[in-house]
Design a protein around this ligand. Structure first.
Ligand code: C6P
Length: 403
């Protein structure tokens, strides 16, 4: 039995197979306990009050920032901006950095593998500034080649925005190589770490990321807390994204000066309890250890993909090597709409995602309208994989096919 399962109350007393971890992960007791402790001992508006509860709430919030900074290898705590999620983090960069820096004719380079959250903010900025959005195309298995990367990142590139792990293919992109090439051309590098941070050690400096975004809820933290890492010198020069309370230094009737980092980018009352929950999730993940996370996921993914390959009429997308899936297995069953596949699986309490996975340009490139997707985490088990395979092997029968 998986030794971590007992930490997750949601798995108690039911036999749900939860394979939608790329959408959101389950939370261990320890995360809820940390949030409860905040709630029960020092809940007050942080960064404002001069009384004890507010001071303690501020301390808890800033400790969480420090933990996040260490977790992803930031040099300074003030390089960590708390947001709602990856989507908001990427929008912050687009609205603040791109909108203030881009000029007509500049290029923003992204890849065809991107999630809508790493496409739409750049479409918006490109449209507003007269810049061009350029796509790096991948091979059929989701790989970006060095040749393709070099051919698309030219002297005109000012921003290169890349997902570290694709939420559809599960492939890990060569972020360091992309960053080196982008920096040679004078572009900044924005990394969407939504699908990588929960599964592998991340160091923003080793990656060469100028900005790095991720969401708490995908690594066992609460929903509504996310992170933007930004290089200090860049953040210092950028205009605020949202304005209002707590992000100011001084306000007159007509104008305002802004607070120093990170407050400049955290307008309004912050999600301190969410940050505390995220910190607890990071501590929990560190307790499990990435070696265990990766080894467990790799073994489960190999079992799952190996089983899928034996089932007739099933197409698995992405790389041959299960180790290169980051626990994400996207598939289709011939003749069956992915929504039907998901509904049939649901009747057996097997939870997967079906649809376009917020990656419609990639779906179009793959030549499909939608797919089904199973996504694993280290708390899943071999028994669950076997149950999933058993149900998948019976889907066509359920839907009326004879074979
Ligand atoms: N992908 C999935 O099922 P938010 O919603 O802001 O926390 O994360 C957005 C996001 C950004 N980039 C990538 C690569 C992602 O996978 C996601 C979220 C979920 O695949 C929900 S669509």
């Amino acid at each position: 039995m998986n030794p971590y399962r007992k930490d997750f109350p949601i798995f108690d007393g039911n036999d749900v197979v939860y394979f939608d971890n790329a959408a959101t992960t389950q939370r261990p007791r320890q995360v809820m306990e940390a949030m409860r402790a905040f709630n029960d001992t020092c809940n007050a508006n942080p960064l404002r009050g001069l009384y004890q509860w507010s001071v303690e709430a501020t301390e808890a919030y800033e400790n969480a920032r420090h933990t996040v900074a260490e977790f992803i290898g930031a040099r300074w705590d003030c390089e960590i901006i708390f947001t709602r999620n990856t989507t908001e983090s990427l929008n912050l960069v687009a609205y603040s950095y791109a909108m203030s820096r881009l000029e007509a004719g500049d290029e923003i380079v992204i890849s065809i593998l991107e999630h809508h959250s790493n496409i739409l903010p750049w479409q918006m900025a490109a449209r507003a500034r007269g810049a061009r959005l350029v796509y790096m195309e991948c091979l059929p298995d989701g790989t970006l080649t060095e040749e393709e990367i070099r051919s698309k990142i030219t002297d005109r590139a000012k921003i290169v925005a890349i997902g570290q792990v694709s939420n559809v293919m599960g492939v890990t992109n060569p972020v360091r190589l992309i960053a080196d090439i982008a920096h040679e051309k004078g572009a900044v590098v924005v990394v969407d770490g939504a699908q990588s941070t929960p599964h592998m050690p991340v160091n923003v400096q080793d990656l060469g990321a100028d900005f790095f975004a991720f969401s708490g809820h995908k690594l066992m933290g609460p929903m509504g807390i996310g992170v933007l890492y930004g290089r200090r010198d860049l953040l210092e020069e950028m205009p605020p994204f949202l304005t209002g309370g707590e992000m100011i230094e001084y306000v007159t009737r007509e104008s305002a000066t802004y607070a120093e980092l990170p407050a400049k980018f955290e307008a309004g009352t912050v999600n301190a309890m969410g940050a505390v929950g995220l910190e607890a999730a990071i501590r929990y993940l560190q307790g499990v250890g990435f070696e265990t996370v990766m080894k467990t996921e790799e073994a489960l993914t190999a079992r799952l993909i190996g089983g899928m390959r034996k089932i007739p009429h099933v197409t698995v997308y992405g790389q041959e090597d299960p180790a290169r899936h980051c626990g994400i297995v996207t598939f289709n069953i011939e003749g069956c709409h992915p929504h039907d596949v998901s509904s049939v699986l649901d009747t057996e309490r097997v939870d997967i995602r079906a649809g376009h996975h917020c990656a419609q340009p990639l779906m179009k490139w793959m030549g499909v309208g939608s797919t089904a997707r199973a996504s694993l985490y280290f708390y899943n088990t071999e028994e669950e994989v076997d149950r999933f395979l058993d149900v998948v092997s019976r889907v066509r029968g359920w839907l009326g096919y004879g074979d």
